[in-house]
Design a protein around this ligand. Structure first.
Ligand code: HEC
Ligand code: HEC
Length: 427
């Protein structure tokens, strides 16, 4: 009997235990308990698209087409070399493979994927933006990324995307209005002597509002595009679907090692405390006490800085630029956000783990090159937090958890890339 079982197992045939209990897979592997099944079911299928109350054109296909063109357009940068897609490259699941992103100059953070970003209530590792459209306007004017400015963006769109723009948002400024705008101008609250800031201050209020309105529309079109980039089901989701229907072939969808990893992930590993729900993220902010990133000077305050910035952001929920009224539930969240909350110090957003095997390196500053390194970190939690304190609930993994099992499980979260027509600028 023993010999027979071993043979069958090594041949990969014995996928379902003899008692037939749900999720029971091998004679020496306990079946999933009802509690475990509840947790597993809560992680799949991938999240559906949440509404975007601040963006009237969030689900307008023409806006998405315009947004797609903007996303791949290097003309929206000071040196003509940088597009959103430079750092969010479709073939790398919308990341760049670098520790820290480089645009016109070096940045201090790792470029996260955009697939699934539409479901995050706060954007960036520190959550300093509260909508995807407001987020998109950040890199355009960031000196290390596109290093562009809003009047230049308006001139560029008028010259290269006018028809697509006008089909969604109506007429662009007239030729005379455009001619009266400086080539390069934008607000710079921290540097009022900068030539762009002076040019901005010299414009009329009406001109500033006209330019900012077009600029905001670009963000909203980009968001409409990004909403096409939803995470698609991977092997893990097929496993969960099979468990749900009590399909005995479930055990063939994930290997025994991958199932052991899943068991640790939802059990003694404690990963689901933060990586939960269909995105495998609580969308919260936590201080893991990560090692300093090599080559980065200073400490990163993370959420405590981001929370302060989002409350004052020019484009936050409920401003004149947002299509949501200040009383929208989405805007209420901002009112109760307290940047001084001590757990925010050094905390960063829990990333979704969907497609995580495709988005190395990891963590907000690319501290880890591989999933093995990430899991090794959780195993021992070496060192202390750079700033603030490590989340009290975090404990080194128990010795019974095998790192390779967790890594194997994380690899089952990879789904296919979004529909090919969204993966390039197209015609
Ligand atoms: C120079 C590289 C670079 C360019 C260019 C760039 N990004 Fe990013 N992107 C990053 C980095 C780095 C982060 C994280 C920064 C942070 O948290 O401070 C990021 C974050 C994001 C996020 C947040 C994702 C999340 O889960 O919070 C989105 C969405 C995004 N970028 C979209 C865009 C769009 C749209 C553009 C073009 C308008 C763009 N990016 C241009 C590097 C880049
Ligand atoms: C206390 C909450 C918490 C727990 C528990 C937790 N994580 Fe995380 N995880 C995070 C946060 C926050 C980050 C991002 C940290 C950063 O960028 O500074 C992260 C990042 C990651 C990343 C890198 C993802 C990326 O795209 O960079 C992986 C992989 C990961 N966690 C896996 C796990 C596994 C496996 C476990 C269980 C052993 C686990 N996590 C437990 C909060 C948590």
């Amino acid at each position: 009997m023993k010999a027979a079982r071993t043979t069958l197992r090594s041949a990969g045939v014995l996928g379902w235990c003899l008692t037939g209990a749900l999720g029971c897979t091998q004679a020496d592997e306990p079946p999933w308990s009802p509690q475990e099944l509840r947790v597993i079911f809560s992680l799949s299928p991938p999240p559906t698209l949440a509404p975007s109350p601040g963006n009237r054109v969030a689900d307008d296909d023409r806006a998405a087409q315009l947004g797609r063109h903007l996303f791949f357009d290097k003309g929206l940068s000071s040196n003509g070399q940088v597009a959103c897609a430079s750092c969010h490259d479709p073939i790398r699941h919308f990341t760049d493979g670098r520790q820290r992103a480089r645009g016109v100059a070096d940045t201090a953070r790792n470029a996260p994927t955009i697939i699934g970003a539409p479901n995050a209530p706060f954007l960036f590792h520190d959550g300093r933006k509260d909508s995807l459209w407001a987020q998109a306007l950040g890199p355009l004017e960031n000196d290390a990324e596109h290093a562009f400015d809003r009047t230049a963006a308006v001139h560029h769109v008028a010259a290269h995307h006018r028809a697509r723009y006008e089909a969604v948002f109506g007429p662009m400024p007239t030729a005379a209005e455009l001619a009266a705008l400086p080539a390069h101008a934008r607000p710079r609250p921290l540097d009022s002597r900068h030539p762009q800031a002076r040019a901005w201050a010299a414009m009329t209020e009406l001109q500033r509002a006209t330019v900012t309105r077009v600029f905001v529309h670009l963000g909203k079109a980009i968001e409409a595009y990004e909403r096409k980039l939803v995470p698609l089901p991977g092997r893990f989701d097929r496993y969960v679907a099979a468990l749900r229907t009590r399909d005995p072939s479930a055990a063939q969808v994930l290997s025994a090692q991958e199932r052991r990893g899943l068991r640790a992930f939802i059990g003694v590993g404690g990963c689901v405390n933060c990586h939960n729900g269909p995105a495998l993220s609580d969308q919260g902010f936590h201080n893991l006490g990560l090692p300093a990133a090599q080559g980065v000077v200073g400490v990163d305050g993370g959420r405590s800085v981001g929370a302060d910035q989002v409350r004052r952001d020019e484009f936050r929920c409920g401003t004149v630029w947002s299509d949501a009224t200040p009383t929208t539930a989405a805007c209420q969240e901002l009112r109760f956000l307290n940047p001084l909350f001590e757990d925010f110090l050094g905390a960063f957003k829990t990333p979704s783990l969907r497609n995580v095997a495709r988005t190395a390196p990891y963590m907000h500053a690319g501290q880890f090159a591989t999933l093995e390194e990430v899991v090794r970190f959780y195993q021992t939690l070496p060192g202390r937090a750079q700033v603030g304190h490590r989340e009290w609930t975090l404990r080194p993994l128990p010795g019974s958890v095998v790192a390779a099992d967790l890594v194997a499980f994380l690899q089952t979260l990879t789904g296919p890339l979004p529909d090919a027509r969204w993966l390039g600028p197209g015609g």
